[in-house]
Design a protein around this ligand. Sequence first.
Ligand code: ADP
Length: 221
Amino acid sequence: MSTVPRPQSAAALRVAITGGIGSGKTTAAAEFARRGAGVVDADAISRELTAAGGAALPDIVGAFGPDAIGPDGAMDRARMRARVFADAGERRRLEAILHPWIARIAAARAHEFASRGTSVLLFDIPLLVESGLLRTALPPHRILVIDCPVHRQIERTIARGALRRSEVEAIIDAQAPRTRRLAVADDILVNDGAAADLCARVGRLWDAYAASAPGVRDDTA
Ligand code: ADP
């Protein structure tokens, strides 16, 4: 990997990490966090917004009706997933509600990390390429793509247990194709071997990021 240019007058190096479902984003992000990166997780924010009492629920009920909420008071994720995968217009409507919230909360968390002196911030944004989240108040300095063959994405996601093969395939079809993600990448980590190989690759990239971010401390050293 080439050297990473030092960001001009930024408090922290902002790296957006993306990849298709099952590519290994969460695994890679956890390894970066272990080494001292601050991780802002868009999926986790989205789950908070749609949990019982979540801030986005009133707008979701307004747009999709009371059926959008399950008996536990949270958004019925399985039902909404089926609805938005069946209809691109419905997907855009849900995204139009959630994305502005996610962008605001992500920016607030980034400021919190930066105020604690964290020098490398990782934004874990599964649909970075598909959504408008690149054009937020905090555009990333680097886009990191976790890449692996599609059959591995399917294998790993099925092994995780929550989804059937047909559901995983439908999700992959709705996501940006691999070539489109790779076209926007500044850095690529290939996750086609053992998880330990991915972590070793993360370590080498962390060194490059840390070298470009003034004041960063390697907690594993
Ligand atoms: P994503 O966040 O991109 O959906 P995860 O990091 O959650 O992907 O990985 C999907 C599943 O595959 C997880 O259960 C993870 O532990 C497993 N996994 C990730 N990378 C590897 C690998 N190189 N070898 C084997 N299993 C892996």
